[in-house]
Design a protein around this ligand. Structure first.
Ligand code: PMV
Length: 342
């Protein structure tokens, strides 16, 4: 039918973790070593269009460039398409067009939004489902889609809900679940990303997740994480930034401590980022401004604060960063799925 050959469009936002997913208990099954908590963003997203077509192989375009099965970026995408096709028992090929709302190569993790959007768009196209409701009615509940997105990229599973999202490790691979802990209206928070140069070629996250176990800090970290998780959830429930902020920072520094003390040792951020963090701590104390940092496996700094402080935070940043290096976003409502009329 015509419906089957229409382009299905998924918009999936990026997310920033407060409690980090770092290290896997089982790599093949994508089972994380610990629970994680994140805030889903809004404007920083990936938009992916998928359309069934009578072609011999999937055609994939990423930010207006064709990517192939053999390419470094292509590998992850094609592998995931193969996995999804197997789950759906289909041999139909797709034309995929995907683009990020943020500049490529700026160091913002695109794997969460990217693999999340690929999962939604591909499943929607293969099942001719124009909305999340229709997908669910055909047996593709969000729970099921989340497990598939997780196989594509761990952090992608947290991007399929809005608000604050909790990825539970569970007691075995099959028992891991993802749920929305708080919706986006509970506590309006912002994330302003300060971009720093990613000049030094960093080690990929798959390899770095693997070496986490070699760090002497990793076992003690895992032993204490549940109490940090509970404290964070309580702070979010209470909307208490003075309590949440330091926990977020401690978590970031601990993750980077593990990364730096692992074998091989990796440094994901350099002097410029370090200098900025020291500056931020000093200035926010002087101004009594509740703005706190977190970093992923890269040099960019994510500043977390309540929406109403946005102007003051921007004013503060003017002292030291050019506005062209700042990308501001807020907590969002999660993915959107639509169908384009042809
Ligand atoms: O999804 P991956 O395998 O790229 O892991 C990324 C993990 C961090 O972004 C560093 C932390 C997190 O929880 O998002």
């Amino acid at each position: 039918t015509l419906e089957y050959f229409q382009p299905y469009v998924a918009v999936v936002p990026s997310n920033i973790a407060f409690l980090k997913y770092w290290g896997k208990s089982d790599e093949a099954l994508q089972w994380p070593a610990n629970d994680s908590l994140s805030m889903t963003l809004s404007d920083l997203h990936t938009k992916t269009k998928a359309q069934v077509s009578e072609i011999p192989e999937h055609q994939v375009r990423l930010n207006d460039q064709e990517v192939f099965r053999e390419d470094k970026v292509g590998q992850k995408i094609f592998k995931h398409l193969d996995y999804l096709a197997e789950q759906l028992q289909t041999r139909e090929k797709l034309i995929i067009e995907s683009s990020n709302s943020f500049p490529t190569g700026c160091g913002i993790a695109s794997s969460a939004s990217g693999l999340g959007a690929l999962t939604l768009a591909a499943v929607a196209a293969w099942t001719a489902s124009p909305s999340l409701e229709v997908l669910a009615s055909k047996g593709f509940s969000m729970d099921r889609l989340i497990q598939w997105a997780r196989i594509g990229s761990g952090s992608a599973c947290r991007s399929l809900y809005g608000g604050v999202v909790h990825w539970h490790r569970g007691s075995c691979e099959k028992e891991q679940t993802v749920n929305q802990a708080f919706d986006e209206s509970h506590w309006p928070l912002m994330d302003s990303v300060v971009l720093f140069s990613d000049a030094e070629k960093s080690v990929g996250s798959t390899e770095a997740h693997r070496s986490a176990w070699t760090s002497p800090l990793f076992a003690p970290r895992l032993a204490s994480l549940n109490s940090r998780r509970d404290a964070m959830l309580q702070a979010i429930e209470d909307k208490n930034m003075k309590f949440l902020g330091p926990l977020i920072e401690q978590e970031t520094l601990e993750m980077h401590g593990v990364i730096m003390s692992a074998t091989p040792s990796v440094h994901y951020f350099g002097a410029e980022t370090g200098k900025f963090l020291a500056w931020l701590r000093e200035r926010r104390t002087a101004l009594d401004l509740d703005v706190y940092f977190t970093l992923d496996a890269g040099p960019n700094v994510h500043l977390i604060y309540e929406n109403h402080l946005h102007e003051r935070v921007m004013q503060l940043l003017q002292e030291t960063v050019d506005s062209s290096r700042i990308l501001s976003d807020h907590m969002g409502a999660g993915p959107v799925l639509t169908v384009e009329e042809v």
